[in-house]
Design a protein around this ligand. Structure first.
Ligand code: FPP
Length: 231
């Protein structure tokens, strides 16, 4: 969800106003995802690197997150949305964690869509954490070194119960991954757009999905093989 700061700067507003406008896009895109029948929507809302931003901006982001979670809970319940978080959420202040845990708990039985928020998330930290968990199991004799397969690694990531993403969308004109889901995005289709996140709404989201639907996903094979079995 890149480009909030630049969106604000262009309008001579402070960066926080950009994040506030970005929250409106979050609402719009969550609703659109539900409408389009998307099963899992993951939003990169706060990275491990974002902790280095000015304290004022960090706490404004926390306030926006709390407001969003409180104001959207009812709609999430009505629409069968399960809220999940990936990342080192224990680093968050108690009040943020409380609102987050409440929303996750209240929506845990909802099954129509998962809204997955990446919060204090960094893929390298996630992979290092998985390596530690696996190493500990080997040390404790619960598994052998030979059992460390790609599946075992996936099972020790924050995304354990979630499918790998099919499509990655990055707004704001940059063409990089910025430590996001590095393992899980191995075969994802990528859509980069120069549209700033606060301007990213349902119409352009639909364009990204239509673009995705034109891609031939070969997963390392040749096109002719896909007719027999697509995956
Ligand atoms: C990146 O843009 C955006 C963020 C670091 C924060 C994203 C947060 C929100 C959209 C609002 C709160 C989230 C939820 C889920 C309610 P940037 O600040 O790096 O933009 P820039 O590159 O233009 O400076």
């Amino acid at each position: 969800m890149d480009g909030n700061g630049r969106w604000a700067k262009k309008r001579s507003l402070n960066r926080i106003r950009g994040h506030r406008a970005g929250t409106e896009s979050v609402r719009d895109i969550v609703r659109a995802s539900r409408e389009f029948g998307i099963q899992v929507l993951t939003l990169y809302a706060f990275s491990t690197e974002n902790w280095k931003r000015p304290a004022r901006e960090v706490s404004a982001l926390f306030e926006l997150l709390k407001d969003f979670l409180r104001s959207e809970l009812e709609e999430m319940m009505e629409n069968g949305i399960h809220l999940n978080a990936i990342g080192d959420i224990e680093r968050f202040p108690g009040d943020v964690l409380e609102v987050l845990r409440h929303a996750m708990d209240a929506t845990k039985a909802n099954q129509r869509m998962t809204l997955n928020l990446a919060l204090s998330y960094g893929a390298r930290d996630e992979l290092a954490r998985a390596a530690r968990l696996l190493a500990q199991k080997c040390v404790n004799g619960k598994m052998c070194v030979e059992d460390i397969t790609p599946e075992a690694i996936s099972a020790h990531l924050y995304t354990v119960n979630l499918p790998d993403p099919d499509l990655l969308i990055r707004t704001g004109g940059e063409a990089r991954l910025s430590n996001f889901l590095l393992w899980q995005l191995s075969y994802a289709e990528i859509f980069f757009t120069s549209v700033m996140w606060p301007d990213f709404r349902k119409e352009i989201f639909l364009q990204a999905i239509l673009d995705f639907q034109q891609r031939e996903r070969r997963f390392g094979r040749i096109g002719a093989q896909l007719i027999e079995s697509p995956r």
